[in-house]
Design a protein around this ligand. Structure first.
Ligand code: UT7
Length: 331
């Protein structure tokens, strides 16, 4: 029997750099309410959002992701040429193919990297961290850029009451590399494809192309809300148990910024102690899907609420219905 060489992996992986890009145009609730017959009070109460940011017309998910990626490289003090894999979580890249990752790798000069996208919507960043951790420990790569980037303003119907006020634009990235001790806990992940129609682009791309109508994001908000509130606390508890960390040992909780009421419900489910900092970036950033966790983490780092090496819990959830959660040490 022929046996092949098992790749020699690195024992440990961790996050060593973080960078973001926030579009400059601030869009207050007052700008979106007229088209959806809503109010500033309703949006604040039901979602926590006061304002969000929309990218300019020349900006794309890839161009914003490239800036965040470069900022993460600078933070990690690593050159683009030393990146082995560029991994992008997005669902608002302009092309089905080629990938946003290939475009970003070219934009930042990551000429030695493999590049591919992950389609896991709002869970995509946590999926990416899990994949990067596994690739490094399996010996398939050394330095990996994990990027979450979205230009959702291009794919939302500004007259749709269920989505127009929630979704927004932005990008965040981390560098994942070999480390001397483990900086990423086991990833708890899954997907319920039976419920995939509860967040879906409509019509599908083929029909949209044939009929000349835009394919836009639709969401059954209540169903997704119930699923997230009912299930994500358990997923978080599993991630904590898998990392062998008690909830009281956390420095911060950085959930996907879907809706501040979902965050509050998960906090209750996992009995998060008062001293653990909670990321509430949604208030000024809206829901940026795959970008929301790195953006929220960056905000906590900027305010000094989390420092390098301190443990935080992430959980991403959304279309698919896909979810993923893990503990990590802050870069
Ligand atoms: O990021 C990916 C995952 N996505 C999520 O996790 C989002 C999950 N869903 C949500 O966050 C919430 O469902 C929304 C924020 C989208 C909506 O909040 P809701 O509390 O679920 O609203 P609802 O659809 O249950 O509507 C409640 C009421 C209704 O009026 P009645 O029937 O009680 O009189 C709606 O007609 O609010 C009304 N309504 C609105 N009013 C003002 C619905 N949308 C709006 C609106 N402005 N935009």
């Amino acid at each position: 029997m022929i046996t092949l060489k098992t790749p020699a992996g690195n024992s440990h992986a961790g996050l060593i750099g973080l960078g973001v890009y926030r579009p400059t145009r601030v869009v207050p609730n007052s700008e979106v309410i007229e088209a959806i017959d809503s109010s500033d009070e309703w949006i604040r109460e039901r979602s926590g959002i006061i304002e969000r940011r929309f990218a300019q017309s020349h900006e794309t998910a890839a161009s914003m992701g490239a800036i965040a990626a470069q900022n993460a490289l600078d933070d990690a003090k690593i050159k683009a040429q030393d990146i082995d894999v560029v991994l992008v979580a997005t669902f608002s890249h302009r092309f089905q193919t080629p990938s946003a990752a290939a475009e970003i790798a070219a934009l930042i000069g990551a000429n030695n990297a493999s590049a591919f996208d992950i389609s896991a919507a709002c869970a995509g960043f946590c999926y990416g961290i899990g994949i990067a951790d596994s690739l490094i420990r399996a010996g398939s790569a050394k330095n990996i850029l994990v990027i979450g980037t979205e230009k959702l303003s291009d794919i939302i119907n500004m007259s749709d009451r269920g989505t127009a006020f929630i979704f927004a634009d932005g990008a965040g990235a981390v560098v994942v590399s070999p480390t001397s001790t483990q900086g990423i806990g086991p990833t708890i992940w899954g997907a319920d494809g039976n419920a995939r129609e509860s967040i879906i682009m409509d019509p599908d791309l083929i029909t949209a192309g044939k009929e000349g109508i835009p394919s836009l994001l639709t969401m059954q908000g209540q169903a997704v809300f119930r699923w997230a509130v009912g299930s994500m606390g358990d997923v978080c508890n599993q991630a904590l148990a898998a990392a062998e960390l008690d909830v009281s040992d956390l420095k911060a909780f950085v959930p996907h910024q879907a809706n501040i009421r979902i965050t509050d419900a998960i906090i209750k489910r996992i009995n998060l102690p008062q001293h653990v900092v909670v990321a509430r970036d949604i208030v000024t950033a809206g829901n940026t899907s795959a970008a929301s966790i790195p953006l929220a983490l960056h905000a906590l780092r900027e305010s000094g609420e989390i420092k390098k090496g301190e443990p935080f819990l992430m959980v991403g959830f959304g279309a698919g219905l896909a979810y993923a959660s893990q503990v990590a040490l802050a870069p």
